[in-house]
Design a protein around this ligand. Structure first.
Ligand code: IPM
Ligand code: MG
Length: 371
């Protein structure tokens, strides 16, 4: 299979984690006889520094013409700490989501037995947790009218949703639920917000078309608590843009590290794949960041191409590194491996396919090169 992948390294740790994904994809291509071609594109603080624009037109064109987009991370502290900045890196990502009409952001939350001790939550509560957050991605308060009055003493962010925006992402969430444990939880704030009441009405109407799916409704404040107290109750969570942003970071606590969680953003055309973590500027260039969120996003990209065996092999390789304690600093602050070493181990596993065949001597060598 031949595929064109648009790569956006972005900011902070974006380049180093995305590079591991490219190496992994190249190993997959070699092992399974595929051809992946990459174009490299600018977005975020990196793009502002180089062009003055957080999302140059060429990046939009390259993404629109690609089969899929692999993205690293966005953001830089010099903008975070300057509320008056006219251009911001994040504007690039928001504009790209809109340009590609990526209306659904899919964030799976799974746990790994070898990492359960890392979570501040009790193992018995997180064992076997497996749910997916469907976050609406191109509407709501993120994209409503924004205003700051003349004397800068009052600001406005409007939250707006239309029936059709809610319907398209909800259909997708219901379809996923049908393939899974057939449970969908709509997270909203319908006791206060008009937009949330619209979400409830639309989802209630749609539920008639998916009668096998058990639908329940939960206020976001309660959901924030339930995700920590009893995460096993969830199968598919459907929610609007900002609630989804917040609860998906919260849910990463279950997995043990924010560095582990991948995401897919899909819409009408090319889809985009990115780890849910941010640009982690303190770690940039140090080769210590966790590449697994990005690598697992690359696996979701392969799923999107219909390359299921290939995606499964990547996930198997990830499981294998975790099981053998080949982990980065976020997971084990004492005995840790570098970003690039984890990438190499994943590639070795994939090229050899069977774990027993990965040369023990190489492993021992790696263990002695702990940074
Ligand atoms: C995410 C991020 C983005 C968001 C930021 C970087 C704009 O937090 O993808 O979750 O809020 O959507
Ligand atoms: Mg976020």
């Amino acid at each position: 299979m031949k595929k064109n992948i648009a790569v956006i390294f972005g900011d902070g740790i974006g380049p180093e984690v995305t590079q591991q994904s490219i190496n992994v994809l190249n190993t997959i291509a070699k092992t399974f006889n595929h051809e992946f071609e990459y174009s490299y594109n600018l977005m975020g603080a990196d793009a502002i520094d180089k062009t003055g624009d957080p999302l140059p037109d060429e990046t939009i064109t390259a993404c629109l013409n690609s089969d899929g987009v692999l993205f690293g991370a966005i953001g830089h502290p010099k903008y975070d700490n300057d509320p008056t900045a006219k251009v911001r890196p994040e504007q690039g990502l928001l504009k790209l989501r809109k340009a590609l009409q990526l209306y659904a952001n899919i964030r799976p939350v799974t746990t790994y037995p070898s990492l359960q001790h890392l979570s501040p939550l009790k193992s018995k509560n997180i064992e076997g947790v497996d749910f997916i957050i469907f976050r609406e991605l191109t509407g709501g308060i993120y994209f409503g009218k924004k205003e700051l009055n003349a004397d800068k003493s009052q600001a406005l962010d409007e939250c707006i949703y239309s029936e059709s925006e809610i319907e398209r992402v909800s259909h997708l969430a219901f379809q996923y639920a049908m393939q899974r444990r057939k449970k969908l939880t709509l997270v909203d704030k319908a006791n206060v917000l008009e937009t949330s009441r619209l979400w409830r009405r639309v989802v209630q109407d749609l539920a008639d078309q998916y009668r096998e799916v058990a639908v329940d409704y939960m206020f976001v404040d309660n959901a924030a608590m339930q995700i920590i107290l009893n995460p096993k109750q969830f199968d598919v969570i459907l929610t609007e843009n900002m609630f989804g942003d917040i609860i998906s970071d919260e849910a990463s606590v279950i997995a043990g590290s924010l560095g582990l969680l991948p995401s897919a953003s899909i819409g009408n055309g090319a889809a985009l794949f990115e780890p849910i973590h941010g640009s982690y500027p303190q770690a940039a260039g140090k080769d210590i960041a966790n590449p697994l969120g990005s690598v697992l996003s690359a696996a979701m990209l392969l799923d999107h191409f219909g390359l299921t065996a290939e995606a499964t092999l990547i996930r198997e390789a990830v499981d294998w590194t975790l099981k053998h304690n080949f982990v980065t600093k976020d997971i084990d602050p004492v005995n840790y491996y570098s970003t690039s070493t984890i990438g190499e181990l994943l590639c070795e596993y994939i090229a050899n396919k069977v774990p027993g065949q990965v040369h023990e001597t190489n492993m021992e060598l790696r263990k002695s090169t702990i940074i």
